[in-house]
Structures are given as C-alpha cells and as structure tokens.
Design a binder for this molecule. Sequence first.
Ligand SMILES: Nc1ncnc2c1ncn2[C@@H]1O[C@H](COP(=O)(O)OP(=O)(O)O)[C@@H](O)[C@H]1O
Ligand SMILES: [Mg+2]
Length: 321
Amino acid sequence: MEIRYRRKHFAGVLGLSESQLSEVDRRLNSGREQEPPEFYTPGDLSAYRRALGRHPTPQPLRRQLFLNFKGGTGKTSLSVAYAYRLAEMGHRVLLLDLDSQGHATQHLGIDGEACELTLHDVLAHKVPIAEAAVSTSLAEFDLVPANLGMSTIDMALMPMAGREYKLRKALEPVSDRYEFVVMDAPPSFGLLNLNALMAADDLLVPVLPDFLSFHGLKLLFETVAELEEDLGHTMRRIHIILNQYSPTTRIAREARRALEDHYPEFLTQTIVRQSTKFAQASSEGVPICVFAPGRKGAEDVDSLIAEVLSGSSEGAKERIS
Ligand SMILES: Nc1ncnc2c1ncn2[C@@H]1O[C@H](COP(=O)(O)OP(=O)(O)O)[C@@H](O)[C@H]1O
Ligand SMILES: [Mg+2]
C-alpha cells in the first residue's frame, strides 16, 4: 500500500495547525487558490520540511542494532517503526535489513526479491553500501534491502581476513550522510550478527514477557562480554525493551518484575504494549506511525525514541500500570 498522510496528521507531523498548513500549501503552489489536498505523500513531507526549514537538531551518527537471538520478539516491527519514525521527524536514517527473510524490506512495501543488491554484495563483494541502498519516497529515509540471497552470507564471510569488521568498514563512507543507521538483525548466532555487533554503538534488545526470553538474555550478555574481551568492542548503550506487554496475564507481570530485578540499568522505561496494529501495519506494508498514528503502538515507539535519544521517558510506566 502506498504511504499517505491525511491532512490533519500531516500538519501534526510538521508541528503545524491545519490553517498554518493551508498557508504553506498556498506558498508552495505559488499563491494559486486551490482546494487543499486531502492526502499527502512522504515526498510532500520532505518537501514541506525543506520549505519550512523545520529540521530537528542534527545528531552525530548513532549505529543502533535491534538484536535478540530468539525469533519473534519484535526486532523487525520495532526497528522499522523506530527508523521510519525518526526519518519522519526529519532525521537522516539508513535502515539495514540483515535478515535473509527480508521482513523489514517487505514491511516497507518493497519487494526484496526484486532488489538487485543487498548487504551480501556489500560484505562479500565490496560493493559500496551507497550503491546497495535504495531511496524511498521519504527523502530522509534509505533502506539496504534483504532477500534470500543473503542466506549464504556467513559462508561467504568465513574465509575472509578481518571478517568481523566488514560491516563496520562498509559503513564508514556514509557515516556523514546519516544520523542513524538502524539494523534489523536475524535471530541467529553467526558471522553476520557478529559484524552487526561490531558495527553498532547501541544495542536494542526487544524481549517478550516470558521466561524463555528472560533466559535468552543471558546468552546475549555473554556474547557482548566476549566481544569486549576478545575484539575490544564496547557497546555504548544497551537497552532492553519489553515488547508485546499486556498486564492482564500473570506470567507477563512476573516476567516484567524479573527483568526489573535483574536488568534495572538496561531496561527501558518504555514498555511496548501488545497491539494488533503492528501486524496490520506490516501486512499493509506501511509503518505503524502512518497506519495508526496516535494509537498505542505508535505512541510507544515515540516514547522509545524519546527515551533512547534523551535517556528519559517519564510517564511511560504510568500508562501501563
Ligand atoms: N507490540 C506488539 N504487539 C502485538 N504484536 C506484536 C508486537 N510487536 C510485534 N508483534 C508481532 O509479533 C510477530 C513477531 O514480530 P517481529 O517484529 O517479526 O519479530 P522478530 O523480527 O523479532 O522475529 C509479528 O507478527 C508482529 O506483528
Ligand atoms: Mg525479524
């Protein structure tokens, strides 16, 4: 589905009232009186932002990896929502789809199998990452897509010298082009994810409120500790994000308490509530902030962004309990 913004939503994203938006409409249409458009595109968003000069304060590059070795914890849902929303706010964002299943790519309405270049070409054949990146209708947002061709990447990396550092190196030439490089990892434990970890400043770990997820965190923290010891790479920030939370089940409440007890310094204030909008948005190929703006899924992603950017997100917990 094409990404479209209703007028009121579009004005809101730009921080304008609807009548202020009408003025900008007229200005951009060189004064001609016209019916105000009912819908706007992501391309309009970029153009209006430029015309208004309303850009957020540029951030130094942060490379952020959504990772959990377990599948189905929300890596793709949250990384796509997070990355698109940052770009919608006016930040320059590159999303890397690292999973050969190409879910992040599909989630954005792009057919991965039709994409000629993926990270496989970048990591295994030294194709510049800028060539593999596809631009989207939102000028601030680029994607390096994935498809099944990615599935042999670990084997391709295996015999290479410096095989853990390929992604980090590949990102260097574009480091001043983006403020955020957001990576959606596959749920596997191999060279590609090792590359992703070595290329990341921040680790964002979505977990489900159950005890399997809780135990899986131990493996993740061991891996991060080994990375520090053996390869000298230290994560700047680690955020554990409780996802798909519903306070109505006892197991969820208990798992949340266990996380609060064991990982208080990593657990985000933001809890992403269970919301069917995530699945609906992904099946429509539309980011959740466009599919269901102002609803709880989109709201929680906003709160996550605010917290990760500033280190605080007061009130997030109150909404849940
Ligand atoms: N907060 C949420 N509430 C309800 N469903 C969710 C939520 N987050 C993710 N999901 C759903 O859970 C499933 C797995 O999510 P996904 O993002 O694909 O996980 P992963 O990338 O970790 O495998 C998908 O069907 C997705 O729509
Ligand atoms: Mg995924």
